[in-house]
Write a protein that binds this ligand. Sequence first.
Ligand SMILES: [Zn+2]
Length: 145
Amino acid sequence: MDRADVSDDGSSGPVVPQRLETEAQDPRACSEARRRLVEQLTVWQCDHIDDVALVFSELVTNAVLHAGGAQRISACPAEDNRHVHLEVYDNLVAIPEPCVGGASGGFGLHIIDHLSERWGTTPTAGGKVVWADIPCRCGAVRPAG
Ligand SMILES: [Zn+2]
């Protein structure tokens, strides 16, 4: 059983990037990150770009306004092509909570809650990652094979 079984996709040529990686330390960077996301979603032929971009904006804005910046932002279509998975890392351990009292800053989480199939937070070494899965058909166009 030592025969090399090379099943890697060795096809050459441009490959559609399967993940967006960026960061945002200030509000201006939020807009830039959002623009890059929309660009990427277009490439992935996402059918819910507005929803995904809205949740993305809220996650990134929350990190910038309340957690000192989004240290790392990641977006990729799920394996089943039925969600896009967003991750926003920050350096604040505290978990965001929806503001029931109506204070500004709380509405974003309601938007995330409404548009995401599921979302949550996971502690990291220096803070946390807030993640969300937004239902959509995304990344359906992949290299043949
Ligand atoms: Zn999508």
